[in-house]
Each structure stands twice: as structure tokens, then as C-alpha cells.
Design a protein around this ligand. Structure first.
Ligand SMILES: [Zn+2]
Length: 458
């Protein structure tokens, strides 16, 4: 693209987004109008229509929804009762995909749940309710997701699962127990304080617990929402940019991921007037059902696997702060390209690296071999939990910084503008097995197996 035209569009993007409140207003309308947008709920489907209308109103070429069927889950009463050595009812919440049913069993506490813990406690875990902390294991070389800790406990024979918050005052943390399927056993979450009360009781004798759940797992319909700027020169070369709009039912899910949805819509709004100058097709996608197991992105990839998707940029966690991270998903050869581009676009610090991840919407794309990356940002904080307020009651609008939304929308719009207009995008599609081999190297294929997920290329 002619550098003069690029500079002109850049100035208009910055002018449009820098002083605009539309991103912050959008998140406010989303959370106040549609609540949590929990996967498969009426709220999620109504939010899909709201986002489609927003795309249509900002003048993209096409605004449409793509529906799919999957499993959904409805929160119903769940209880945690101590039956020995005292009798008490304690507070808990169900994890999504907790099945209906009841179980009574002794408690086994696994601390931060590094892999060795399940081996050491193998005899005790059979027929027990396992309680594991959300904390990152201190004596292991990588983080461990909820799904892996649950999978390892179940493989060792646990008949119930308690996800205990790792930090004091941190509220019980939610998160789906399984990916797009009912969990095999009741799975609940408690606060750090409740967990420690259980551990105090354990000092005077074996703690026995009863978990009773009336939660419901049933088929449902959800919609990915797409705003498309059809390419003026190479319409078959497609860039996907977007993040999930569904949230967890216990909160407004303003940060995770109302903010990333706003960055998606705002960057579309800034680029739509320049469609005539944009060579490649850009699809801005608000993905459904991420929190229930990346289901929306998975369905999108299934439906579009034969298209020429030249790049996918995931925006889960974008729009939250001034410190950005761009993580490529097994395209280390492209780190210098992105580092140089982002250095030119933004004087603040954006860390660029190549670290494949398993837990957001870029994963199904990378697993199909499409070049992919995930962008997120945060404010510098000391201490606190890895997720901040995410996945708790208090992921609410008041924590969002409108300035961060503006800055990330500008950054994403300008990045996508370059990718959509440069002569050749220096990224090539790979084989699914390439990511499979990389994950094997990182010790992550066994994680996929514990989570009952497929290994790419197998
Ligand atoms: Zn998220």
C-alpha cells in the first residue's frame, strides 16, 4: 500500500478512536443489557443480535451470525455439607458442566496440585472428593489449568472435585469443568477461607463431605457473530480478528471478555470507512461459548477450514491496560516481524513471543494449522491472583479503563490494516501435526489427554 494512503488512514483511525467513548459505552450496553451472556443462554443469543446490529450500523460490508448446536449448562442449586467430624453446611458454587447428582466421600486436599501430588495420594484419592487450589504449583515448571488438575484427580479415581481459590479474599473462582461435555463427577468451587475451614476440621478427624447438585446439562444453540469488510483486491485471503463475547453466569464478565469484544467492534468501526483501500477480507468475529470449551471458535474452524485464512488474531483479554502481550501460536519465525511492526505502532511496551496456549479461541485455529496469535493487555499490578477479578462475581464494568480500550482498539485496527494491505503476509499455514509436535515438546499433549481433548494431527 502507498505509504501516504497508509499514513492518512492511520491518522483517521487514531482520530476516530482516541477521543471516542463508543467502546466503553458498548461494554456498558452489553453488560447492562445482556448480563453475563452465558454460553447457550437467552442472554447470549440476544447479545449476538445486539452485536450483529452494531456491526451493521458501523457500515461493514456484511454483518451476520453463524449458529451451531452444542452442549449447554444451567446453574441450579448445589450444596456442600460436612457430615464428619462436625455437621455443617458451607458455601460453594457449581462449576459449569457440573452434572446433577449427589456424592458423599472423604476429603483429600492436594494443595496446589502439581503432577506428583496425584501420584503420592493415589491410594487416598480413589473414591474421595479431591480439593485442589487454583494457585500455580510452586514446584513445577509450568502453570496448570483447572482442567488438567481436575483430569488428573479423576484419573486417580476421585468421585468429586472442589476448586479452592488460592488467594485470601479472592472469591470462589468459576470455570467450566470440562470442554463441551458434562463432567463425570460433581465439581464445585469454594473460597480460600472456606477451603481453610475444611482443612481446620480435618485436624480433628477425617472430613466427610456430601455434594448435591441439581444442575442441568442439555443441548443448546449459540451464534458466532461476524462483521466482514470484504477485500477490495484479494477477497479470498481472510484475516480473522476477534474474541469471545460470552461470559460466566455469576458476573458481568466486563473484563473477560466484554473489553475484548469492544476492541473487536471498535477496530471494525475504525476500518469500515476505508474498505475501498483494504485488499484482503477482514472478518471481525465475536465468538460464542468460549468459556464452555472454545466451542464457538471450534465450530468456526470446522465450518471454514478450507478457506484461505492467512492470520487469526484473538482478543481475549484485550482492552484492559497499557501493558500488552502478543503470543504467537507456534510461528516463532514471525516474532521479529511482529516485534518490528508493533514497535513502530506503539511507543509503550508490547512483549512479543511465541508460546502456544490451549485455553482461548486462537487454539482451534492454530490446531488446524492457521497462523494465529493472541493479544491481551493489563495494568501493572503487584500481587493479586493470576486472573484478577476474572471468573468471579466481581468481574464488573467499574474495573474497566476506557483509555485502555481506546489504546488497544487503535493498536489492533492499525495492525490489522497493515496485515490486510501489505503485499505478502509473511505467515504460512502449517500442518496440525506441527503444533502437535510442539505441544509434545512442551509437555502439553498429556494435558490435552487429561482434559479429554484431541491432540492436533492425531
Ligand atoms: Zn476470556
Amino acid at each position: 500500500m502507498d505509504p501516504k494512503i497508509l499514513a492518512r488512514i492511520d491518522r483517521q483511525i487514531i482520530g476516530d478512536l482516541y477521543l471516542s467513548r463508543t467502546g466503553a459505552d458498548f461494554v456498558e450496553q452489553l453488560v447492562d443489557g445482556y448480563g453475563a451472556r452465558f454460553g447457550g443462554s437467552d442472554e447470549e443469543r440476544a447479545a449476538a443480535e445486539f452485536i450483529r446490529e452494531r456491526f451493521a450500523s458501523i457500515g461493514v460490508t456484511k454483518a451476520y451470525k453463524e449458529g451451531f448446536e452444542c452442549f449447554g449448562w444451567t446453574r441450579q442449586p448445589v450444596s456442600l455439607t460436612v457430615t464428619a467430624p462436625v455437621e455443617a453446611k458451607v458455601d460453594c458454587i457449581a462449576l459449569p458442566f457440573c452434572p446433577p447428582g449427589s456424592v458423599e466421600a472423604p476429603l483429600v486436599y492436594l494443595g496446589d496440585g502439581d503432577p506428583q501430588t496425584y501420584v503420592d495420594n493415589r491410594d487416598k484419592l480413589r473414591g474421595a472428593i479431591a480439593m485442589v487450589s487454583t494457585a500455580t504449583p510452586r514446584f513445577f515448571h509450568r502453570t496448570m489449568h483447572r482442567g488438567e488438575k481436575l483430569g488428573r484427580a479423576l484419573e486417580a479415581g476421585a468421585v468429586g472435585f472442589i476448586w479452592m481459590r488460592g488467594e485470601p479474599g479472592g472469591l470462589p473462582e468459576t470455570g467450566s469443568a470440562r470442554f463441551n461435555r458434562a463432567c463425570e463427577v460433581p465439581a464445585i468451587s469454594v473460597s480460600y477461607e472456606t477451603g481453610h475451614q475444611l482443612l481446620r476440621w480435618a485436624r480433628s478427624g477425617q472430613v466427610r463431605l456430601r455434594i448435591e447438585s441439581e444442575c442441568v446439562v442439555a443441548p443448546t444453540t449459540s451464534y458466532n457473530v461476524i462483521g466482514e469488510i470484504t477485500g477490495a483486491k484479494q477477497p479470498d485471503e481472510i484475516i480473522i480478528v476477534g474474541g469471545h463475547y460470552d461470559g460466566h453466569d455469576i458476573s458481568e464478565s466486563a473484563n473477560d471478555n466484554g473489553a475484548g469484544t469492544a476492541v473487536t467492534v471498535e477496530s471494525a468501526r475504525a476500518l469500515a470507512p476505508h474498505a475501498a483501500d483494504i485488499g484482503r477480507t477482514i472478518r471481525f468475529v465475536a465468538f460464542a461459548q468460549e468459556e464452555m470449551g472454545l466451542i464457538g471458535a471450534d465450530e468456526y474452524v470446522k465450518a471454514h477450514k478450507d478457506e484461505n485464512i492467512v492470520f487469526m488474531l484473538n482478543l481475549d483479554g484485550a482492552g484492559r491496560g497499557t501493558r500488552g502481550t502478543l503470543a504467537l501460536q507456534n510461528w516463532s519465525e514471525a516474532t521479529a516481524f511482529f516485534r518490528d511492526m508493533l514497535r513502530e505502532l506503539y511507543e509503550g511496551h508490547i512483549a512479543v513471543g511465541d508460546t502456544p496456549g490451549l485455553y482461548s479461541d486462537m487454539y482451534p485455529f492454530a490446531a488446524a494449522g492457521f497462523p494465529a496469535a493472541t493479544y491481551s493487555s493489563s495494568e501493572p499490578v503487584s500481587g493479586g491472583a493470576p486472573r484478577g477479578y476474572g471468573h468471579t462475581y466481581w468481574d464488573s464494568l467499574d474495573k474497566l479503563n476506557p483509555r485502555a480500550l481506546q489504546m488497544d482498539s487503535i493498536l489492533v485496527a492499525r495492525t490489522i490494516l497493515r496485515l490486510a494491505t501489505m503485499d505478502q503476509v509473511p505467515l504460512v499455514r502449517k500442518q496440525p501435526a506441527d503444533l502437535g509436535a510442539r505441544l509434545e515438546q512442551m509437555g502439553l499433549t498429556e494435558v490435552l489427554r487429561y482434559e479429554l481433548r484431541k491432540v492436533p494431527g492425531q
